[in-house]
Ligand binder design. Structure first.
Ligand SMILES: *[C@@H]1O[C@H](CO)[C@@H](O)[C@H](O)[C@H]1NC(C)=O
Ligand SMILES: *[C@@H]1O[C@H](CO)[C@@H](O)[C@H](O)[C@H]1NC(C)=O
Ligand SMILES: *[C@@H]1O[C@H](CO)[C@@H](O)[C@H](O)[C@H]1NC(C)=O
Ligand SMILES: *[C@@H]1O[C@H](CO)[C@@H](O)[C@H](O)[C@H]1NC(C)=O
Length: 561
């Protein structure tokens, strides 16, 4: 009697609460590398960032497509900060729905982005668990100093569905260990100025001079002070001015060793000098030394983003630039993590942020490494932000005659972003080259990356006063390619033409013949056995080197065409 009545009642209660909550994002297991430490205390206060749905992402995407299409009436007429805001801001309805939800639940949202599409709320874990049908727990990872608070599942009350795109941090599990120079010991030390690329050198050391010779990059100084190149610095990587001066004296004796960068910071970023831990400087030093060393006289900005949560840092970067009227023309990012760690909603929101920057005329370049992402038996977990179709992903080559794909170069296909329109023919051409049984191991319908590549192994740099050669990393390739684009933009601005902005449609059309195709190589990984699964380089675009490596004069001609 009462037993069955009770059951009926219970099922009614469950059905009622299920109807009002809609599952937003869920993980079926704790991501690899993380361990559960226990439930987060009910009274712990957490701050959640809430992405309010932009009113017209589709409109922005359509507008951008028109801006990058040669012959369109608005070709390369990049949007202003306010133009972008009209698309990115939430509708009045979305704002009022969220504010009503917040006030009904005693929450005080704070707007944290220039476009009004992000707010933050601070609340107790017990309340967050109830409001979002979550179970916040503490998780540890070997690269973390203290546990992080996350949940494996998050839901939205039905009235917020369609008005909220992301709650962060909830189901994103990104370790702060996104530094991307593989930990290979110094190969040798040198005190002589480097010659051009020397195939007989057993280490095939790469220097600015070598890259200039190899790709035809001019050494003449840029002239346009309005055209700036921005290097992002995350997870407490700090660029050292003394190392840059020493590097320029060694590698670019033809330019003033006083050549330096401007520091900008956001989210309490810092850039202390005189650091004594080489692991805190190596990535930032590499990025700054190769941009200063190649993009001769292009004003250089180091943007240091504080905080150790990588998805938050990527968002903070896009928000920072959303609030700047005259943004840089190129931004380079040498950090990444598996796409799956971000989760689809966060990856999509960050990628839409890059779309908005592309529409403002900022070319965004990121790199993709392989070994830092995967264990050897799961080679096809793609890297983000490389998989975002609105950034240019740069892979790595090694050797000079001919160049071949470096074994550590990342590459593959997104599980979140579909193949974008500009690369469908290139991806289809590559898919024809692979054996049929291989095709099931990755997502053929995804955005393929990288788009292009440059040298990425044995870059000589100065780190805390020591001259050394890096083992390798596509994190060397992204600053190299970004510098080339910054130099081309300098020539465009000098000729009173618009900068290149969102690059990929240009790379996959007019510019594709400005690259030397790299057709040899297999990305089985630097440390994984050479027999590990990976892609093979092929004639034409491939997911190791994209179209191959740039020839500056041809790329410049295509940009002016
Ligand atoms: C190239 O490397 C070889 C082997 O280290 C060296 O003997 C030679 O001097 C180098 N050539 C130049 C032009 O630096
Ligand atoms: C920056 O630091 C100040 C002072 O420590 C702190 O109050 C503020 O919350 C920090 N801001 C961010 C975005 O972390
Ligand atoms: C493959 O990628 C598409 C996006 O292009 C995505 O919708 C789909 O879920 C992905 N499949 C898997 C198995 O991840
Ligand atoms: C990957 O390439 C590097 C550089 O040529 C080499 O030292 C390393 O042994 C290679 N790794 C494997 C597993 O073959």
């Amino acid at each position: 009697m009462t037993f069955s009545r009770l059951l009926t009642l219970l099922s009614v209660v469950v059905a009622a609460s299920a109807a009002s909550m809609m599952l937003h994002e869920r993980r079926t297991a704790t991501p690899s590398g993380f361990i559960r430490v226990g439930a987060a205390p009910a009274t712990e206060m957490i701050t959640l960032r809430v992405a309010l749905t932009s009113n017209n992402v589709a409109g922005l995407e359509e507008q951008l497509r028109s801006i990058v299409t040669p012959g369109s009436s608005n070709f390369r007429q990049w949007l202003s900060m306010d133009d972008v805001k009209t698309y990115a801001q939430p509708s009045a309805e979305t704002v009022s729905v969220f504010n009503a939800f917040a006030s009904a639940n005693g929450l005080t949202p704070t707007v944290i982005s220039p476009n009004g599409d992000w707010v933050s709320i601070t609340l107790a874990v017990s309340k967050a668990n109830t409001l979002f049908a979550a179970e916040f727990e503490h998780f540890m990872h070997p690269s973390l100093k203290r546990p992080i608070t996350r949940t494996l599942s998050v839901s939205l009350p039905s009235e917020l569905v369609g008005h909220v795109d992301v709650l962060h941090p909830t189901t994103s599990f990104v370790s702060p260990d996104v530094r991307l120079v593989p930990a290979i010991p110094h190969l040798d030390r040198r005190s002589e100025p480097a010659a051009s690329c020397n195939s007989s050198d057993p280490f095939s050391v790469v220097t600015p001079t070598c890259l200039q010779d190899l790709y035809g990059i001019p050494t003449t100084p840029a002239t346009e002070t309005s055209n700036t190149l921005l290097v992002t610095g995350y997870v407490e990587q700090w660029a050292q001015k003394a190392d840059l001066a020493q590097f320029l004296t060694l590698s670019r004796p033809d330019i003033p060793p006083s050549t330096t960068f401007t520091l900008l910071t956001t989210h309490n970023g810092t850039n202390p000098q005189g650091v004594d831990d080489p692991l805190k400087t190596i990535e930032a030093n590499l990025d700054i030394q190769y941009t200063a060393g190649i993009a001769t006289n292009v004003p250089l900005i180091f943007l240091s983003v504080g905080g150790l949560d990588f998805p938050t840092a990527l968002l903070d970067t896009t928000m920072f630039l959303d609030g700047i009227a005259n943004p840089p023309s190129v931004m380079t990012t040498s950090y990444e993590d598996p796409e799956s760690s971000f989760g689809a909603s966060m990856a999509t929101k960050i990628c839409n942020g890059y779309m908005a920057l592309g529409a403002r005329g900022i070319s965004g370049g990121v790199h993709g490494n392989r070994d830092t992402l995967d264990v050897c038996d799961s080679p096809f977990d793609p890297a983000f932000p490389s998989t975002c179709p609105f950034v240019t992903s740069v892979g790595s080559t090694q050797g000079f005659a001919p160049e071949k794909a470096a074994n550590f170069t990342g590459g593959g296909f997104s599980n979140v972003f579909p193949t974008p329109y500009y690369q469908t023919a290139s991806v289809a051409g590559f898919l024809e080259t692979i054996p049929g049984d291989f095709a099931g191991t990755f997502n053929k319908s995804g955005r393929g990356y990288p788009d292009v590549s440059t040298q990425g192994l044995n870059f000589e740099l100065v780190n805390l006063g020591e001259v050394s050669n890096l083992g390798g990393g596509t994190s060397a390739s992204s600053p190299t390619f970004a510098s080339i684009i910054a130099l081309i933009n300098d020539r465009l601005v000098a000729a009173q033409k618009p900068v290149l902005g969102f690059l990929n449609p240009f790379l996959y059309s007019k510019a594709s013949s400005a690259f030397t195709d790299v057709t040899i190589g297999h990305n089985s990984g630097f440390v994984c056995p050479a027999s590990s699964e990976g892609f093979d380089a092929a004639v034409g675009w491939d997911p190791l080197t994209g179209f191959g490596t740039p020839r500056f004069p041809d790329l410049l001609a295509a940009a002016f065409d």
